[in-house]
Design a protein around this ligand. Structure first.
Ligand SMILES: [Zn+2]
Length: 286
């Protein structure tokens, strides 16, 4: 699954190559790619025809393209393998091309939604007063959003009767943090994933939030540098970034801080990676 930094790179690509362009034609090549649009592919195509895309927006891992002056947006679901590609019009079709959009200008490029596993897709939604597609109206701001409220987050964290990694993955509390970046931020913060949030002091939660931002910004910096030369590969493919990770995926490898072998534990149908020495389990579950 793409995480926030990967999705942000896709958004930047769309901002650069698609913003301001008017759709002339939409081809839906696989019905599953528009299954979240109940009226079907023909209706989806008809509604987009003649509409102009504004600058792509993102919240957490959600990405959408507002349609100018309509109060509606096209929401992109990247799923496990979805990609939004800006390709020359004469480039051969990808094997798993699902949706194609052509534009009325002479830029010579088109927008393609490619998805091998077809878990992803595009759908059209009315916008909330905040300008979000209605189906993601409940998603909290992400920590890279300038309007993210640090104080409110820290207070909410302390009041929730939950554990710290669950809280980081709770998209109604803070969005955009996935399993990988949660493990990275917890390792940097020396916090065990099962630490009750009620036991976090203000300085500790502030430090954690800082580390969440740092790991995301570091990933963005890597994606940002490879982006200019890869514009035709504007995608949300997992593993797109050459991440350098300190915790995630490092089972049995030495902790980069203390040398203790890192551990992996099954956690909510996923894995949590941590250093048993730097990230002591809370007493209640030890
Ligand atoms: Zn350690």
């Amino acid at each position: 699954m793409p995480e926030l930094p990967e999705v942000e790179v896709v958004r930047r690509g769309l901002e650069r190559w698609i913003a301001g362009r008017t759709v002339t034609e939409v081809e839906v090549l696989h019905p599953r790619a528009v299954r979240r649009h109940p009226a079907g592919g023909a209706d989806f195509a008809a509604r987009l025809k003649g509409q102009r895309f504004e600058v792509a927006r993102r919240r957490g891992k959600y990405l959408w393209l507002p349609l100018a002056d309509t109060g509606t947006s096209v929401l992109g679901h990247l799923g496990m393998s979805g990609q939004l590609l800006v390709q020359p019009e004469d480039a051969p079709d990808e094997k798993h091309l699902r949706i194609r959009m052509r534009f009325e200008d002479s830029a010579g490029t088109e927008l393609r939604f490619v998805d091998q596993r077809t878990f992803g897709g595009l759908s059209l939604h009315a916008e909330t007063p905040d300008g979000l597609p209605d189906v993601i109206g409940h998603i909290a701001r992400d920590p890279l959003d300038p309007a993210f409220d640090d104080d409110a987050f820290q207070s909410a964290l302390r009041l929730r009767r939950t554990t710290v990694k669950r809280a980081l993955l709770d998209q109604s509390l803070i969005s955009g943090v996935g399993n990988i970046y949660a493990d990275e931020a917890l390792w940097r913060s020396r916090l065990h994933y099962d630490r009750p949030t009620g036991t976090l002091t203000r300085p500790r939660s502030a430090e954690l939030l800082g580390h969440v931002r740092d790991v995301m910004n570091a990933a963005l910096a890597v994606g940002g540098t490879s982006f200019d030369s890869l514009y035709v590969n504007v995608n949300g493919e997992s593993g797109y970034f050459d991440r350098s990770l300190d915790a995630y995926g490092r089972e049995d490898e030495p902790c980069r801080r203390c040398g203790t072998p890192m551990r992996r534990r099954a956690w909510m149908n996923r894995s949590s990676y941590f250093c048993p020495r730097c990230q002591r389990p809370p007493r209640a579950t030890a």
